[in-house]
Design a protein around this ligand. Sequence first.
Ligand code: GTP
Ligand code: SPV
Ligand code: MN
Length: 580
Amino acid sequence: MIQNEYLQKWIEEMRTLCQPDSVQIITGTDEENQQLIQKLVDKKTFIPLKKRQNSYLARSNVDDVARVEDRTFICSNIKDDAGPTNNWAPPDEMRKKMEGLFKGSMRGRTMYVVPYCMGPLKSPWSRVACTITDSAYVVVNMRMMTRIGDPALQMLGNNDFVKCLHSVGKPLEKGQQDSTWPCNPKDTYIVHFPEKKEVWSFGSGYGGNALLNKKCFALRLATSMGRKEGWMAEHMLIIGVTNPQGEKKYFTGAFPSACGKTNLAMLTPTLPGWKVECVGDDIAWMHWGDDGRLWAINPEAGFFGVASGTSPKTNINALKTIEKNAFFANVALTEDGDVWWEGLTDVPPKHLIDWKGKDWTPESKEKAAHPNSRFTVSAKQCPVLDPNFEAPQGVPISGIIFGGRRSTTVPLLRQALSWQHGVFLGAGTSSETTAAAKGAVGELRHDPFSMLPFCGYNMADYFAFWLQQEKPERKMPPIFFVNWFLKDKDGKFIWPGFGDNIQAIKWMWDRIDNKKEAEKTALGFLPKKEEFPRGDELFAIRKEEWQKECDDLQNYFKTFGQKMPKELWDELGKLKVAFF
Ligand code: GTP
Ligand code: SPV
Ligand code: MN
C-alpha cells in the first residue's frame, strides 16, 4: 500500500497520461521477481542460459545498443544553466513534446511503479526515487542495480522524491504481438528537468537510457542536487587497497565510459601481498566528513559492466561475480547454452549464435558479441566486495585518480601539483570514444572529469564547484592522473594494464605517505622512468604534442566563455610557459 500522497498523485497522473492496461506496485519480493522473469521468458525477451544458473540473455534491437547522447537533454529553466556541453530545450516546450509522446504510450502494457533507494538503506547520504516504467526488463534490472520496493517506500515516508518516467514507446493494440525488444529509436528522448527533479525517458530499453536510476538520476540530477546541498556526484569507481603491511587506503577513480573503471574496481594485484576490494565500479557520491576528510558511498547495489574483453586474465573477479543470477545483453550464445564474447577465451568456440541471433563461426567478419555487450549482476556476488560496501557514512578517500584513453601524449602516471592543478587535470581530460555511446569509436574528444555526458548543469560551474571544495579545514586528497592506453608504433599497448595497474597505485600510496621522491614538472610530479618497465616510452614528453594539447585546451576552455574559472586559465598559462 502506498501512503505517500505525492506518489499516489503522481501514479494517478501518469496512469491517465500513459493509459496502461494495468498498474503494478513493485514490492521487491523474490516471488514477484520470478513472475516478472517468467513473463520475460514467455515473451522471448529473456533466453534462459542452460549452463548458467538463474541467468538470462537478452538481444536488443540493433538500433538500441548504447547511450544516445544526441537525444539526451538537460532542460533547466535557464539555458545557460545547462551550459555548452549539454543539449537544451525550453522546459515547457520539451514537457509538451514528451507528454505528446507518452500519451497512450503504455496501452496494452503494464505500468510498473518501482520505488527505490540509491545508497545504503540506513545512510543519511542515500536518496529515494521512484521509476514508473512499462518494461519488466527494466524492473528486474533495477532489482539488481538498486534497492527497490518496500524498504525504499519506508525510507521515503511522506517526503517528496525524484520522479523517473520511462516507456519503451511501443503501445500494443488489441491482439498485436509484442516484439522481443520493444523500442522506438526514431522517437527516443532522454530528458532531465533538474529543477523539478524529474527524468522522462522515451523509446529505448538499453541500460543508461532506460535504467534511469543510473546515469539520469545518480549522475545528471544528482550533480545538480549535490551542488545545491554541498555534496558531489561523480562518474567514479571506489576501491579499498590494502598493502602487505595490512594498512588500508581508499581511492576513487574517474575514467570515461568503457575506459577501465570496472576493471580497476575488481583488480587482482600482480604485486605480492597487495589486495584490492571493491566498493563501487561506476558512480560515487562524496561528501566532507566532520573530520575534514572526503567520504564516498556507492549509490548503486549492482554492476552494469562491459562484457566484451572481460576474461580470466583481465578481470577474474567479474567472471566470478557473474557465475550465476546474472543478466546479459547482446553477448553471443554458445551451443551448450552459455555466453561468449570477444576476449573471453583465446580461441573462440567453433559455432555460436551472435548478438543479432544469427549463426556465427570464427570465419565470420562481424563480432559475435556487440562491443558494448553488458552484464547486470548484484554487487553481493562480487568475491572482493569491500566490507564497508554498505557503511552508512561511506569510506574515507585518500587519493583521487583521473584518467582517459589516450594512445599518445599523456604519460602513464603523474600526481597533480596542488588541488587546483588537479582540477585543471580533470577539466583537461580528453579520451578516445568507445562503444558505450552511439557514434564513432576511437575519436579523441574532451571529456572533463569523465563527466561530459553526465553533468546535469553548466560544466564551467561544475569546474568552479570542484575548485570551491578546497578549504583550510579540509584534508584534500592528492589527485593523480593515469593513462593505461598508450600505444607503440605497431599499435600495441605499451603498458600491460589490468593487474599490473597496482604498480601505479603503489606509487600513489608512497606519494601519499611522503615515502617517494618524484620529479616536479609542468605536467605534475612524475615517477622516475627507471621505476617502471618501458619507462622511457611511458613517460616520454614530446614538446610538439603538448603544444597541440595546449592549443586544443585553449579553444575548449573558450567555449565556456565568462563562466570559465580564472584559476583554470592560470593553470593553462603555466603549462604553456613550459612548452612554448
Ligand atoms: P563503463 O561501464 O562504460 O563506465 O566502463 P568502465 O569504465 O567500467 O570500463 P571497463 O572496466 O569495463 O573497461 C572497458 C574496456 O577497457 C574493456 O574492454 C577492458 O578490457 C579495457 N580495459 C580496462 N582496463 C584496461 C587496462 O588497464 N589496459 C587496457 N589496455 N585495457 C583496459
Ligand atoms: C557508461 O556508459 O558509462 C555506463 C553504461 O556505465 S550506461 O549505464 O549505459 O551508461
Ligand atoms: Mn559508466
